[in-house]
Design a protein around this ligand. Structure first.
Ligand code: FAD
Length: 381
């Protein structure tokens, strides 16, 4: 196992200071290893996640070689030649577990932002103190965007949040964490080959969730109550102005509709599984409230906005992979982790084999299936 940094590098180096997992502690499961602390319903800080993974590496005696950067993997004979900062390795098979979120995904329109406005990505953001005083435009309203918008607003800065397609979730439903419902009702069990539109499922934005001791919901209504101003999707930057799409109400209605459908699924499952009586009563959150007249334009040169945070997602980095298995969108071509080249495998990608694969707790089943295939390949079966 080659790691360019330390064990749990992404959790040590690439997360903002206040970040906590949005999955509850009891859901932090790795093969044969689980959270056993005093707060199963709490949410780990990034430092605690790093400790958790480090302990797993020790207990599982994973043969990790840290500080070894892979600079190239290419086909050689019936296997691969891996070039690293510490020499070359020839091997029959390679498992790519280099992460799905190595780089920020920033839209090209960022290049038209006037130089007076500072731009930051979540990989570089550590806390609001890093930002200049004054207004902040946060682009993207998924888990990262809503969390950063709330934190920056609480630091006293005016915040505009640009909202596109998003996944709204309450933190708690009928007395249970919403991710308990995802797990228990089987939603997260859905296999990649049962999903209607797999490409879309793999690109689905992360849910609007935050892990706090109060288990509070951080949806757009909560942000409005905090004083965050909501605007539409950032469509263009022209002549120094940010132009936002209209139709915010439609975007909100769609997210509300999908949320209510999901809650219907949960309620149905509660009835059919006989768990209904042990849970609180079904409830529906208030619809997302739209501002009376959302702004369609903000002048980025006028001083109102001093910085932009691009919470527009992440993408993997396969710059070191010299095997033609990456598509034009920069994603690996694979079938449930079996990559489109003999002996090449992948783990740790969204909806790799199940919806659960996007989360830490998804790795156990995925790893079993992928290593099963790999062992068969090595055995020539
Ligand atoms: C902001 C954020 C919040 C998240 N919150 C949650 C959450 O609440 N719950 C949850 O379950 N999941 C969450 N996730 C998803 C989570 O990151 C994954 O579930 C998990 O960390 C993936 O682990 P991984 O080992 O596959 O990838 P990573 O953690 O990205 O690890 C990949 C490793 O590969 C190393 N690497 C990359 N390229 C090379 C190279 N060329 N040579 C050598 N080493 C290399 C990197 O240094 C890194 O250590 C979150 C992700 C992000 C980005």
């Amino acid at each position: 196992m080659l790691e360019r940094g330390e064990v749990a590098n992404s959790w040590r180096r690439e997360r903002w200071e206040s970040l906590r997992l949005l999955t509850p502690n009891w859901q932090s499961r790795l093969p044969g290893f689980r959270y056993e602390g005093p707060d199963p319903d709490g949410y780990m800080s990034a430092a605690e996640v790093a400790e958790f993974i480090e302990l797993f590496a020790k207990v599982s005696r994973a043969p990790v070689r840290t500080g070894v950067n892979v600079t190239s993997v290419r086909q050689a004979g019936d296997g691969y030649l891996v070039t690293t900062s510490d020499g070359e390795i020839a091997c029959r098979t390679v498992v790519i577990a280099s992460g799905a979120c190595n780089r920020p995904s920033v839209p090209a329109l960022s290049q038209a932002v006037p130089a007076v406005v500072e731009q930051l990505t979540p990989l570089a953001y550590r806390g609001p103190g890093q930002l200049p005083e004054g207004g902040v435009l946060v682009v993207g309203a998924s888990a990262t965007g809503v969390q950063l918008a709330a934190e920056i607003k609480r630091s006293g800065r005016p915040v505009i949040l640009s909202v596109g397609e998003h996944v709204r979730l309450p933190r708690v439903y009928r007395g249970r964490d919403v991710l308990w419902w995802m797990d228990a009702s089987g939603v997260w069990d859905q296999r990649y080959d049962e999903v209607d539109d797999l490409t879309r499922a793999r690109k689905l934005p992360s849910p609007q969730l935050v892990g706090t001791p109060e288990r509070s919901t951080l949806d757009l209504n909560a942000l409005t109550a905090l004083g965050v101003e909501l605007a539409g999707r950032l469509a263009m930057v022209r002549d120094g102005s940010a132009l936002f799409s209209g139709g915010l109400r439609n975007v909100f209605s769609l997210a509300d509709l999908k949320l209510n459908r999901l809650l219907d699924t949960f309620d149905e499952w509660a009835l059919t599984s006989g768990r209904d009586s042990e849970l609180g009563s079904p409830e529906r959150p208030a619809p997302t409230g739209a501002p009376a007249s959302p702004r369609l334009q903000v002048d980025l040169r006028g001083g109102e906005i001093r910085s932009i945070v691009w919470a527009t997602g992440f993408r993997p980095d396969y710059g070191w992979l010299d095997v033609p298995v990456v598509d034009e969108k920069g994603q690996l071509r694979h079938e449930g982790g079996v990559v489109d080249a003999p002996g090449l495998y992948a783990l740790g990608l969204p909806v790799l084999r199940r919806r659960r694969s996007s989360f830490i707790c998804g790795i156990e089943d995925d790893a079993r299936a992928v290593t099963g295939h790999l062992a068969g390949y090595l055995a020539g079966t």
